[in-house]
Write a protein that binds this ligand. Structure first.
Ligand code: GP9
Ligand code: MN
Length: 685
């Protein structure tokens, strides 16, 4: 043995040597688990680096606790700490295998409705090799018992123990700084548990999950049924009746919702080099059976897509910070569209080509009562099938049709597109549209991915027509939020053909499309002012679902005498007359700044009150989990235990549904495909 190895081996007989050995073994196995057990979506050098080093800080910190003690106890403590951390790792490996997500403390607490049916199937999902994560601990125990490693009875200097603790915290801080530089808003926006583990580590994720669960439980515990009273009072005062001309006209039809990622209203009829960016959507927009809204605004905050989903399916606002879906989606009680319709004989399904954990969809959709969630696990993926967050839209729509035609009718289906997402990248073979020429690299390819989305939509629409779904479905399209953020003022000005843009222009730039199409529906461009919060009441009225006693903050866009004040999440607002941004008020028709008269001031104060009230009351509903106290008439509380979105389960469930409820397109066609899906996606050639 060389001198060096001998010297190192001798060090193992010291407390510090043993400590380092424990830390190194623990970090190595965590890293191996990261690589083999989880799909963390690590991209680029910074993320690779952070993944490799992220187990170190908490390992130093936690094992370092033992250094404050002396004698045998030090060794015992290290082994116990190892055992605890390893069990956390082990539990996550098992849970991830079943749910493609990490264990959260709200799931662990399992308070009543948050169970995931894990108990039942645990035997089936554990592999004997999973226990290998404990191997290093067993090895350490053997080495100690056989005295290959001797116990060092000398006290470890307090000073050094403290140094280790300080070092651990400093490394944690440095790591967080690097992580946040790569992905800003990591802890405030809380996109995906995968992100927290990838950037910060499994233990940090665990600590954050405890913090979040505690925070939520505290407000939840303080809330009581009486808090609902002010909400009900507000709603009673502000609710408007449905428009009798439209109420129930689409009763019993399928509902197909297409979530157009990052799609803004200005793209409709927009041209680049004389060519329409979105010819298919433009045609749909003008169709005589499409009701299109041209003063419809996105109202999202940090939760972006998840805020849009929350509003669309619950008519509750997202939160001022973070994402309501990630923070409250697992634990809260909801009375959401999928559940409401489900209880009226509908089948509900969400389709999305990304991992199920993003925005905590995998848990939230259960709370909302989705029967099916077709996430990336349900789609065959080859390397060139995906870009950015997931599946390319053309392939996504094509492969969704396969599941869509198996859904018992009537169904409520939501398809969330993905390709038109920042940074708007698309491979050459799919790019057949000119970029804009503002010189802003972030902005210019936006029309190219929007064009791709439009082609994908066109193909899907053809399928709907050929399969017959077009005739018996209400098809709803909406843009979730802006694609070009306010940081790109100069590029926005060029796109809009202006010399410069004001805050008024930026507010109007928040318009997104909303189109509702159904055979026989009286179409046209509707100029009413509204936002995402108003969609659910509108759809329920069209479907003939009485909506006068729900806790929903929007109002039917087709109703007469509706309040047309559109709240932005930060408290600013737009009405047909005024656009209020910060302390400035603009004339909505002209964009001119207004110096309000005494009378106007009164009107504006009233509008502001209305906006502040609806936002804060909606927050109270979510943060206090108030719907748990609200018995909605004819509505059964959703039991999350009844849902499982794992691929094998979903497929089996679909199969059984064909026999139990033979109303799907496919079942009606005696198990045969009704229309072949046509796409020009080059990847499939
Ligand atoms: C991810 C997708 C994007 O699954 O929905 O979310 P966004 O970044 O737009 O909020
Ligand atoms: Mn989005």
């Amino acid at each position: 043995m060389s001198d060096f190895v001998k010297r190192m081996a001798a060090k193992l007989h010291t407390v510090f040597g043993f400590f380092i050995l424990v830390v190194v073994l623990f970090c190595i196995k965590t890293y191996i688990a990261y690589q083999t057990e989880f799909t963390l979506g690590v991209k680029g050098g910074v993320q690779q680096f952070l993944l490799a080093v992220n187990p170190i800080p908490t390992a130093l910190l936690l094992f370092g606790i033992a250094l404050y003690f002396r004698g045998r106890l030090v060794y015992w403590l290290m082994l116990i700490i190892d055992l605890l951390q390893t069990t956390w790792l082990f539990a996550n490996i098992i849970y991830y295998r079943e749910f493609s997500d990490f264990l959260s403390f709200s799931v662990i607490k399992g308070s009543g409705n948050v169970q995931n049916n894990l108990g039942k199937s645990i035997g089936q999902i554990i592999h004997p090799t999973d226990f290998l994560v404990y191997l290093d601990i067993v090895l350490l125990i053997i080495l100690l018992m056989t005295h290959v490693i001797r116990i060092d009875g000398r006290p470890f200097k307090r000073r050094y123990a403290l140094t280790m603790t300080v070092l651990a915290f400093s490394l944690m801080g440095a790591e967080y700084g690097m992580a946040n530089a790569d992905r800003s808003g990591l802890l405030t926006r809380t996109f995906d548990n995968n992100y927290l583990v990838k950037y910060l580590g499994l233990n940090e994720y665990g600590a954050f999950s405890i913090y979040q669960t505690q925070k939520q439980s505290a407000t939840r515990a303080h809330a009581s049924a009486s808090d609902l009273r002010s909400v009900e009072k507000y709603l009673k005062h502000n609710r408007v009746g449905a428009n009798p001309t439209y109420f129930g006209t689409e009763k019993g039809k399928n509902v197909i919702i297409i979530h157009l990622e990052s799609f803004q209203q200005f793209l409709i009829n927009y041209k680049v080099d004389g060519k329409e960016v979105t010819p298919n959507l433009n045609k749909f927009y003008k169709n005589q059976n499409t009701m299109s809204f041209d003063n419809f605004y996105n109202q999202v905050a940090q939760g972006k897509t998840s805020d849009a989903e929350m509003m669309l399916e619950n008519s509750l606002f997202g939160l001022p910070q973070g994402s309501a879906m990630t923070e409250y989606g697992t634990q809260n009680t909801f009375q959401a569209a999928p559940a409401i319709l489900d209880q009226r004989g509908y089948t509900s399904a969400a389709f999305h080509g990304d991992v199920p954990s993003f925005w905590n969809r995998d848990n939230t959709y259960k709370s909302w009562g989705y029967d099916y969630f077709f996430s990336s696990q349900y789609y065959k993926e080859k390397a060139d099938y995906t870009v950015g967050y997931g599946l390319k839209d053309k392939i996504f729509f094509r492969d969704s049709a396969k599941y869509l035609q198996q859904l018992p009718q009537p169904f409520y289906a939501k398809l969330i597109t993905l390709t038109n997402h920042y940074p708007y990248e698309l491979d050459k073979q799919n790019t057949d549209f000119p970029a804009t020429k503002t010189g802003d690299k972030t902005v210019d390819p936006y029309v190219q991915t929007a064009h791709y989305l439009d082609e994908a939509f066109g193909e899907f629409l053809t399928y709907l027509k050929e399969s017959g779904l077009y005739k018996n479905s209400m098809i709803v399209l909406y843009g979730d939020h802006y694609g070009i953020s306010n940081n790109h003022r100069s590029a926005i000005a060029q796109l809009l053909g202006k010399s410069k843009v004001t805050n008024y222009d930026l507010a109007q730039f928040q318009k997104v499309p909303l189109m509702i199409h159904a055979a026989g529906l009286k179409g046209g461009i509707n100029h009413t002012y509204g936002g995402e919060i108003d969609v659910l009441p509108t759809l329920l009225d069209l479907l003939g679902v009485k909506n006068t006693n729900t806790i929903q903050f929007g109002n039917d866009l087709l109703a007469k005498n509706r309040n047309q004040t559109v709240a932005f999440r930060d408290g600013d607002f737009v009405t047909p007359s005024y656009t209020k941004i910060g302390s400035t008020v603009y004339n909505t028709k002209t964009g001119d700044v207004i110096k309000p008269t005494a009378k106007q001031k009164k009107v504006l104060a009233k509008e502001q009150n209305h906006v502040t009230a609806e936002l804060s009351l909606s927050d109270r509903v979510i943060q206090g989990d108030l719907l748990r106290f609200y018995q909605l008439k004819n509505f059964k509380t959703v039991d999350k235990k009844n849902y499982n979105y794992r691929y094998v389960n979903g497929v089996k469930q679909l199969e059984q549904a064909q026999k139990k409820e033979p109303t799907s397109l496919k079942a009606k066609n005696h198990g045969k495909v009704t229309a072949t899906y046509k796409t020009d996606a080059p990847e499939l050639k």
